[in-house]
Ligand binder design. Structure first.
Ligand SMILES: [Ca+2]
Ligand SMILES: [Ca+2]
Ligand SMILES: [Ca+2]
Ligand SMILES: [Ca+2]
Length: 461
């Protein structure tokens, strides 16, 4: 089970069953296509092409066995796999290049049955699905080699399927994001409802031209072009430029630093739209997050699909009510809320709870290291749902538009949030709770190397 964390996560979306003999999957095989190789006897001389015509919409070749199958499975076209072969007499143990054809079917529904029969057709040397060939892609960001977490979660394999989508909105509820960081700006959400008439100065980190009126898109904020500054005095620009308050910027980069842009690092989701919510001042240093639940509510109302909360606190009155209600509201509006477990090596449950991490519908993330061993600082316990790397995570900061390593469940959580955004990008119909379940189902088993935490690290990493 050490393989294919995200990959299996993505493949499951297509209902792959690894158990059946053939299992056509449009993610791995070309749709409505079966590659067939006619025998030399069937075609005649080896450099002739097959003669066929279309009758009642299906291929007729004069080869009775093949034509029967063409009719039964609605083979509607035939085309040569290779164009003119220079050496037609060459053959590979009787397989002639020019005798290989793509049979086009009318539907994907009969692919498995058609292949099973075509394989037995005496007019054919073989029949097989056509593999979808993908680039074995490693992005060009110069610092990705330092991002061990991407290897651990098998991001590169996942990125062969999807790099994400700007249609997926990932909210960072935190201290605010330096949204003009060169390695973030291409992934910053620009609110289409408020954008008309507004102008962004990317270098200055400012914008202008709002009409002072809420466009009514949700969230109830006027001219909220990229998110909202919840920290008094509130404003419509969530830019965070105070170097010490880089937490939100680092979190944003863990999930969503722009991938393959020849700059710095890549988030676990290289292409996505970041909604920035700012709950910290930009004139002094703090380690608190102001108005976090209002940030979550806002993000869900403007359409976030994934909301990250790398913050929380112990509930002193046993009260998770407001936190649970907020997360249930966000879930109902279509957002999965991903939350950091906490950094106190504290057991959750058994009389101790953190909010919002321990909320029923949150995806609560504990931190592991490069070899999947629980990070010494990470909280643990029955409410934890999943683990991700959180030791020495390289990501974006404010100072000099730079990068630094940081430790924390604060980093593990957005790595998971980014994966959630990846999965969402290729299956937009998943509900938040289906998305949450998908991530948990496909996590790797890690209790063998964390024997002292049996049952206390969720579904694994
Ligand atoms: Ca608005
Ligand atoms: Ca407006
Ligand atoms: Ca980058
Ligand atoms: Ca939980």
């Amino acid at each position: 089970m050490k393989k294919f964390y995200i990959v299996s996560c993505l493949l499951l979306l297509f209902g792959v069953s690894l158990l059946s003999a053939f299992s056509f999957d449009p993610n791995t095989s070309v749709s409505k296509t079966i590659v067939v190789c006619f025998t030399k006897d069937a075609i005649g001389t080896q450099d002739r092409s097959i003669d066929f015509n279309i009758q009642d919409g299906v291929v007729v070749t004069g080869l009775a066995s093949f034509d029967n199958l063409a009719k039964r499975y609605q083979i509607v076209g035939l085309e040569r796999f290779f164009d003119a072969v220079k050496v037609p007499q060459w053959n590979d143990n009787g397989i002639y290049m020019q005798n290989i054809y793509k049979a086009r079917l009318a539907s994907d529904d009969v692919m498995d049955a058609a292949l099973a029969e075509l394989i037995k057709d005496p007019a054919l040397r073989y029949a097989e699905f056509e593999t979808v060939n993908r680039q074995y892609f490693v992005p060009n960001d110069p610092m990705v080699a330092q991002q061990y977490a991407l290897d651990v979660i098998q991001a590169y394999e996942a990125w062969d399927y999807t790099m994400g989508s700007h249609d997926v909105k990932l909210a960072v509820t935190d201290s605010g994001v330096k949204w003009n960081h060169p390695d973030l700006r291409a992934n910053i959400w620009v609110n289409p409802a408020e954008a008309p008439g507004m102008t962004i100065n990317w270098d200055a980190g400012t914008y202008s031209g709002g009409n002072g009126v809420d466009a009514g898109e949700g969230g109830n904020k006027a001219d909220d072009l990229m998110g909202w500054n919840f920290y008094p005095p509130v404003s419509n620009n969530p830019m965070q430029n105070w170097p010490d308050n880089y937490h939100g910027t680092h979190v944003a980069g863990c999930a969503a630093a722009v991938g393959n842009n020849m700059i710095g690092v890549s988030g676990s989701c290289p292409i996505v739209s970041i909604i920035s919510c700012k709950g910290a001042p930009h004139t002094s240093s703090v380690n608190t997050v102001y108005d976090g639940y209002n940030q979550m509510k806002y993000a869900a109302e403007v359409g976030a699909h994934v909301i990250n909360a790398s913050w929380g606190g112990q509930t002193t009155t046993g009260g998770l009510n407001t936190a649970n209600t907020t997360i249930n509201y966000c879930t109902n509006l279509g957002a999965l809320v991903v939350v950091a477990a906490g950094n106190s090596n504290q057991l959750h449950g058994a009389g101790y709870n953190d909010a919002p991490g321990d909320c029923t519908n949150a995806l609560c993330v504990a931190a592991t290291g490069p070899s999947d061993i629980k990070a010494s600082f990470s909280d643990y316990g029955e409410p934890i749902d999943i683990c991700a790397p959180g030791e020495g995570i390289l990501s974006t900061i404010i100072q000099s538009n730079g990068y630094t390593n940081a430790d924390g469940t604060s980093m593990a959580s957005p790595i998971v949030a980014g994966v959630a955004a990846l999965v969402k990008s290729i299956n937009p119909d998943l509900t938040p709770l289906q998305l949450r379940q998908r991530l948990m189902m496909t996590a790797d088993y890690i209790y063998d190397i964390n024997p002292n935490y049996e049952g206390l690290l969720g579904a694994g990493r």
